[in-house]
Design a protein around this ligand. Structure first.
Ligand code: AGP
Length: 606
């Protein structure tokens, strides 16, 4: 996610302070940074690819002396991480920085026909649009312009003729104002404001704010003044980076409803039943002739691949193989031009997955990367990239990135099913409606946190745990086991529930907790049987069940109740209580939740 900062005050130098504020937003991830500052000779702009220190060292030699400035860290989505694509963007006397995705930027670029664009970004469109609509009043013109924008945005703009004014606008991307004495600050998140003030105002969707040193005016897009309360922040700076959560992992678990919404943004048209996957540059005829899909990944991404297998086979009729990347690279790829090789990777840097992707490409397969980092090696090396838009994932244990992967895989399965004539328009409309409403079910699943915390108090004493699931939720049992083992260090195994009688049931006794994914599904009756079998051998069964469940709930020791959703979407809901169970168990064991021992966020060696 990009980061925005800004400050307007009287007479004081603000650029150095804004650099410090940008550093407080580094946790959001970025690949370039820039500053625009009002100076006596106009607005000066400095932008650099790479870390903020690149910008800082330039400013030490060529300082920008200013009391009104805006700054930005860019997390590349549209357009590679280059200086030309870095923010701020300029159009004449106007400059703009942006966080979010302007979905209709291509149409606006066409509408702005004679405008000369300096970048590949969606953001630059905003500067040209404001210039085109210019009526002499920056805030009034911004109110007009944002009415033409589709998608999500947090914007900050300045105009050379108004040297102490910053105008900000937000829709779906956060913006916070800092209130000082004869100064106002602006930032994407609270941590960037704390060095200067603890008095903040959270802008709301549709707000347009005019910041001057001594005055602040907030209106809606019609110009009607909006009253916004000042909030006193009591958090420490470190807590503020985590949005008030104790750990990044907990913050990222709670971001998952937004993750799904962001992964869907601009990709689904519910009324027409169409899925548009910008970044998938394989034409429909080729998609129709594909004979097989092969997916390679590691760890949590491999679990996402296993869910993807169910979804793609069910919707498209294509056979899907899933392989650990670390295994695939030591076998003949046996792939060709009728095959689609998908590599799934949060970081886009995992060595085994990169190697497997390269071998598949060399063997002649069509390749597609599902990734969370636009500027990563895998994303840069591939002609087909589907970004998960989960934003940087700081916790080593992957949660929201996994959710983004499952969302993108759901869209890909629908796209293949529609193109290959297996899903009618009516079915597509229904399925897209179900996807669009999914964030509400995930919000509800997050409310199992207290129950998960209570169960964790006892689970924390266990030495081992067995996770079981069936069908599309078998990979969720695997993922739940991985979450528990990697952050609490309890030995945990995931198993297909149908395998219990073929060995694992020998393990079960009162010391072996069994975590069963037993929500409403075609396999529910037989899952209930598995729970009862475990219960009859004195196991404490913790069951993820659907609202209204009575059979499994009777046999289970404890239940984590989630909303019932269509079976193909249940993995995205059922994983939430298991993430929370792992999190609270690790907390109960005083483990290092965000940085578990021996683990790295990205494994760049084989
Ligand atoms: C997930 O919780 C783990 N941290 C790990 O298994 C991770 O999923 C794996 O290393 C793959 O990483 P990638 O998605 O960045 O390729």
């Amino acid at each position: 996610m990009c980061g925005i900062v800004g400050c307007t005050t009287h007479g004081a130098e603000v650029v150095g302070g804004l650099i410090e504020s940008l550093k407080r937003l580094e946790y959001r991830g970025y690949d370039s940074a820039g500053i625009a500052a009002q100076t006596p000779t106009g607005i000066g702009i400095v932008r650099r690819v790479g870390k903020i220190r690149e910008l800082e060292s330039h400013l030490l030699t060529e300082p920008l002396h200013s009391s009104t400035a805006i700054g930005h860290t860019r997390w590349a989505t549209h357009g590679r991480p280059t200086e030309a694509n870095a923010h701020p963007h300029r159009c004449g006397k106007l400059v703009v920085v942006h966080n979010g995705i302007i979905e209709n930027y291509l149409e606006l670029r066409q509408e702005l026909g004679d405008a000369v664009f300096q970048s590949e970004t969606d953001t630059e469109v905003v500067a040209h649009l404001v210039a085109k609509l210019w009526n002499g009043d920056l805030a009034a013109t911004v109110r007009l312009a944002v009415g033409r924008l589709e998608g999500s945005f947090a914007l900050a703009l300045m105009h050379e003729d108004m040297p102490d004014l910053i105008v900000a606008a937000r829709r779906d991307s956060p913006l916070v104002i800092g209130v000082g004495d004869a100064a106002h600050w602006l930032a994407s998140d609270v941590p960037a404001l704390l060095p200067w003030t603890r008095r903040v105002i959270y802008l709301e969707d549709g707000d347009v704010a005019e910041l001057r040193p001594d005055t602040l005016r907030v209106t809606d897009t019609s110009g009607k003044v909006q009253q916004r309360d000042i909030v006193e922040i009591s958090w420490s700076a470190e807590m503020a980076e985590k949005g008030g959560y104790a750990h990044f992992m907990l913050k990222e678990i709670h971001e998952q409803p937004t993750t799904v919404a962001n992964a869907l943004l601009g990709r689904i048209a519910e009324k027409s039943g169409l899925v548009t996957l910008e970044g998938l540059n394989i034409d429909d005829d080729t998609l129709r002739t594909l004979r097989r899909v092969s997916i390679v990944a590691c760890g949590t991404s491999w679990h996402a691949a296993q869910v993807g297998r169910f979804l793609i086979e069910q919707d498209s009729g294509l056979p899907v193989e899933v392989d650990y990347a670390s295994e695939a690279i030591y076998r003949e790829p046996l792939l060709g031009r009728d095959d689609l090789l998908i590599a799934i990777s949060q970081s886009g840097e995992t060595a085994d997955t990169r190697a497997a992707l390269r071998r598949g490409r060399e063997a002649g397969a069509h390749t597609l990367v599902i990734c969370n980092v636009a500027g990563s090696s895998m994303a840069r090396d591939s002609t087909n990239v589907l970004l998960t838009y989960a934003g940087p994932e700081i916790g080593v244990a992957s949660t929201k990135a996994f959710m983004g992967q499952l969302t993108v895989l759901s869209l890909l399965a629908l796209k293949l099913g529609a193109v290959r004539g297996r899903l009618t328009d009516d079915v597509m409309r229904q399925r897209l409606h179900e996807l669009k409403t999914l964030p509400h079910a995930i919000e509800a699943a997050l409310r199992t946190s207290d129950e998960a915390r209570s169960i964790a108090g006892e689970l924390a004493a266990a030495r081992d745990a067995l996770f079981i699931g069936r069908g599309v939720n078998y990979p969720i049992a695997l993922e739940g086991a991985l979450k528990l083992k990697e952050i609490s260090y309890i030995h945990a195994e995931g198993y297909p529930a149908g395998e219990m009688k073929h060995g694992p049931i020998a393990l079960i006794d009162a010391q072996m907790p069994v975590i069963a994914v037993a929500t409403r599904s075609a396999t529910y009756p037989i899952m209930a049987g598995n729970v009862e079998e475990a219960r009859s051998r004195a196991a404490r069964v913790i069951a993820v069940v659907s609202e209204g469940d009575d059979r499994v709930a009777r046999a289970a020791w404890r239940t984590l109740v989630v909303p019932a959703v269509p079976e193909n979407l249940s993995p995205l809901v059922n994983i939430v209580p298991l993430q929370l169970l792992a999190y609270w168990t690790a907390v109960a064991r005083n483990a290092d939740v965000d940085q578990p021992r021996n683990l790295a966020k990205t494994v760049t060696v084989q």
